[in-house]
Design a protein around this ligand. Structure first.
Ligand SMILES: [Mn+2]
Length: 334
């Protein structure tokens, strides 16, 4: 919990920070935000990642200091692991030999750390890093603010998703007061794509299909499409959200072929439709409205299966809604 993290920071001095493979806005924004926080306390600290910083986040303060390595150096007092579901997610050899501090806002995380600070009410780990500034008495500098703000806008979909709360806006407001320029940061993050993304988007969106109800949609991304577009893995980030921009669509799956017969599957939904429950059936996890898992089989049978499970999730949410409405009607009639 938070008090243990504060105590550890106060009592030790040599730290590393890491996050999952293919780091995103929250993992990098939070890691670098924590980096600047620890620097402000005169600690020895470095950010280590297995994968390089994607283009969209290279403007973050400290991004050029991220050390890309597949192995953890054995001389740290503790390693902070940011938003990882388990200890293998950073993809770092010998991480399990370190004193690990697990910091996450996903309630599905395994409690793999010696210290586990999990806050599922936080919109992003970035929000937790902001709270850590307050708890350690570190002033929120412009560097910290830019890192945390990037974490917030990426994990909340620019304040669109259901994890956006009053507190998210309060934190964002203070970050802007500290000197963050929202338009400039948004442009750096969201208008930095290569053309290969447009080509890949065309191929992926051409596979879009809806079920008979119009409430469940599915997209495919094959290895061949990725190869033809000369696209990187991160080029497809966010594609899964496009079908949700259609009013009736309540749940979406994007099947990404990572080897023949194996699909890294992203699930998204609106409102009460719980896709984390669907992902968990296949050893995956996430939030109610955003989750992921790995599926195996041929394209058609895998798509049929996931569409059926999403249809069930949509019907389940509808039934719950009807029961609640009935109860409310009965209560108001009584
Ligand atoms: Mn996150």
């Amino acid at each position: 919990m938070l008090s243990q993290v504060v105590e550890l920071i106060e009592s030790k001095r040599r730290f590393a920070i890491t996050s999952h493979i293919r780091p995103d806005g929250d993992s990098l924004g939070s890691s670098l935000g924590l980096y600047w926080l620890l620097r402000a306390l005169d600690k020895d600290v470095e950010v280590i990642m297995r994968d390089p910083v994607p283009h969209a986040y290279q403007q973050l303060p400290g991004a050029h200091n991220v050390r890309v390595t597949p192995v953890v150096d054995p001389t740290y007092h503790a390693v902070f692991v940011i938003e990882c579901s388990d200890i293998t997610r950073p993809g770092l050899v010998d991480l399990d030999k370190q004193l690990v501090v697990n910091i996450d806002h996903h309630s599905t995380t395994a409690l793999f750390g010696t210290i586990n600070w999990i806050d599922s009410t936080a919109s992003a780990v970035g929000e937790m890093i902001y709270n850590l500034c307050k708890a350690t008495g570190v002033r929120v500098t412009k560097e910290i603010a830019e890192c945390v703000y990037t974490a917030l806008i990426t994990d909340t979909g620019s304040f669109h998703y259901s994890n956006t709360t009053e507190r998210t806006f309060k934190v964002a407001s203070e970050l802007v007061r500290t000197g963050v320029k929202p338009a400039k940061t948004a442009e750096a993050v969201f208008a930095s794509y290569p053309w290969s993304r447009i080509e890949l988007m065309g191929a992926v969106l051409s596979t879009a299909k809806r079920d008979d109800t119009g409430r469940v949609a599915c997209l495919r991304l094959s290895m061949e499409m990725q190869h033809n577009a000369n696209a990187s893995d991160e080029d497809a980030d966010g594609f899964v959200n496009y079908p949700l921009t259609v009013g009736e669509v309540e749940a979406v799956a994007l099947l990404k072929e990572c080897e023949p017969g194996m699909y890294r599957t992203s699930l998204r939904s609106k409102g009460d439709v719980n896709v984390a429950k669907v992902a968990e059936q296949f050893g995956g996890g996430g939030h109610r409205n955003a989750a992921g898992c790995t599926l195996r089989g041929n394209w058609d049978e895998t798509e049929t299966l996931i569409v059926r499970l999403l249809q069930e999730a949509v019907s389940h949410a509808r039934r719950l809604r009807e029961i609640t409405e009935d109860t409310l009607r009965t209560e108001s009639a009584a």
